[in-house]
Ligand binder design. Structure first.
Ligand code: 5AD
Ligand code: SF4
Length: 440
């Protein structure tokens, strides 16, 4: 057998990229590569990139500038760019950074081995097509390697919502749902390899409308109930969702499906109806709050997570205040907040920016409020019994670290639990970013 070559992948951005990086590593496994965590010993370096905000994209170029020097020590090193920057900028990347050998968009990962071969012949390889075929079907798996107990599984890609600030509909294309059968086959395979929790991924995962085995169109809730039947799979999650796609069957699943975890990431972006309208979100602050109330009615302990943008064009202090009011009303257990970043090609990019000092200051105020809420929600776990899926060993002897149903990190000492075990744990202490518990 030829020498195994080494592949280093650096992943930026969302969980979808984490999943894609794993699939790319597996595909390259078939082409004689094994992964390494040391870029200096790699034969190929792949950056799996994110284009969502300007900062994220710029980071990629500065990293490419740094990596260039690795080629001096290893002239055979190939450098590739995958992900959303690859899709959005294509050839431009090679122009800006000639050390890049390969640019591959998110829909063309199954072609990576052929592209690598091309680069070995000294050519540049570029593929940012949106082919018809299911790339995951084509991404051949390695023999059944054991997996960590929590895994991602992409069920849907792309977005048809066209929020005025967002590049996703352009970089990831239109909404496409994978057929049910393939998803269930992949889920069973993951479970055979030790997985006990699956997070279904999609840019707009609750808009899932995949082909079911009976030729019918299945919803995300249908898929959840099908996964519920998979023996050995204990926990189901999904991310990320749009409020307008929270249909009744999905709300009911939150109330009724025991394996569906009490955690929901449901971005609202702003609490001002004026701004929501300008963002093309097609929901109001009020309709969002009513929706949360309905979901919580069936699942009162639901932990809510959200995304927020401050400083969107035309956002006034009053609009921002409405966002703070909404946050206070909803109470988030987890949140991600960003200053608006103008993305070329999106509708909002044409509009004048708000005063940037005001935007920075709003972001600070919002983050202070959200941090306070998150800490309060975390602290409220003390004294409660939660279930914990153990994912790794802790820093101290005998200590294990896992995630609660609510996705809090929990440290437990002396439980005798092993990686992959799910145990009932009583929470005894709330730290800065994690909880401490004892097995019951
Ligand atoms: N500027 C700032 N934040 C953005 N997001 C998406 N596009 C932008 C942008 N142009 C945020 C949204 C989204 C999350 C993934 O990233 O809050 O929900
Ligand atoms: Fe972007 Fe909006 Fe689609 Fe989310 S719903 S991916 S924010 S366009």
């Amino acid at each position: 057998m030829a020498d195994t070559k080494k592949l280093f992948i650096k992943t930026y951005g969302c969980q979808m990229n984490v999943y894609d990086s794993e699939r790319m590593a597996e595909a390259m496994g078939g082409a004689g590569y094994e992964t390494t965590d040391k870029p200096d010993e790699a034969d190929m370096i792949l950056l799996n990139t994110c284009h969502i905000r300007e900062k994220a994209a710029e980071k990629v170029y500065s990293e490419l500038g740094r990596l260039k020097s690795f080629k001096k020590d290893n002239p055979d090193l190939k450098i590739g760019v995958a992900g959303c920057v690859a899709q959005a900028e294509g050839e431009e990347i090679m122009r800006r950074q000639p050390s890049v050998d390969l640019v591959v968009g998110p829909q063309a990962y199954h072609r990576l081995p052929e592209m690598e071969e091309k680069t070995r012949k000294g050519k540049k390889a570029l593929d940012t097509d949106f082919p018809e075929e299911d790339k995951f079907e084509k991404l051949k798996r390695r023999p059944k390697a054991k997996r960590a107990p929590a895994a991602f599984l992409t069920v849907q890609e792309g977005c048809d919502k066209f929020c005025a600030f967002c590049v996703v509909p352009y970089t990831r294309g239109a909404e496409v749902s994978r057929p049910v059968e393939r998803i269930i086959t992949e889920a069973r395979d993951l479970v055979e390899r030790g997985v006990r929790e699956i997070t279904m991924l999609g840019q707009n995962v609750n808009a899932y409308h995949g082909e079911g085995p009976n030729g019918k169109v299945w919803t995300l809730a249908d898929l959840i109930w099908e996964l519920d039947k998979v023996d050995g799979l204990e926990r189901i999650r999904f991310t990320t969702s749009h409020p307008n796609d929270m249909q009744d069957d999905l709300i009911d699943a939150h109330a009724e499906c025991k394996k569906l975890m009490p955690y929901l990431h449901l971005p609202v972006q702003s609490g001002s109806d004026k701004i929501l309208k300008r963002m093309n979100r097609s929901h109001t602050a009020e309709s969002y709050i009513r929706l949360i109330e309905r979901i919580r009615k069936g699942r009162p302990d639901l932990l809510l997570s959200g995304d927020f943008i401050v400083g969107f064009p035309e956002e006034s202090e009053e609009d921002f205040q409405a966002t703070l009011d909404l946050v206070k009303e909803v109470k988030y257990g987890q949140a991600y907040s960003f200053k608006y970043s103008s993305r070329p090609g999106t509708p909002a990019a044409e509009r004048p920016l708000v005063d940037q000092d005001a935007a920075d200051e709003r972001l600070q105020r919002l983050q202070a409020l959200l941090s306070k809420q998150q800490k309060e929600v975390q602290d409220s776990m003390v004294g409660r019994e939660v279930s914990v899926l153990f994912e790794k060993t802790g820093r101290f002897e005998d200590q294990m670290v896992g995630k609660s149903d609510y996705l809090h990190a929990v440290h437990v000492a002396g439980s005798g639990a092993e990686i992959g075990d799910i145990r009932k744990v009583k929470i005894v202490e709330s730290g800065t970013n994690s909880l401490k518990g004892v097995a019951v």
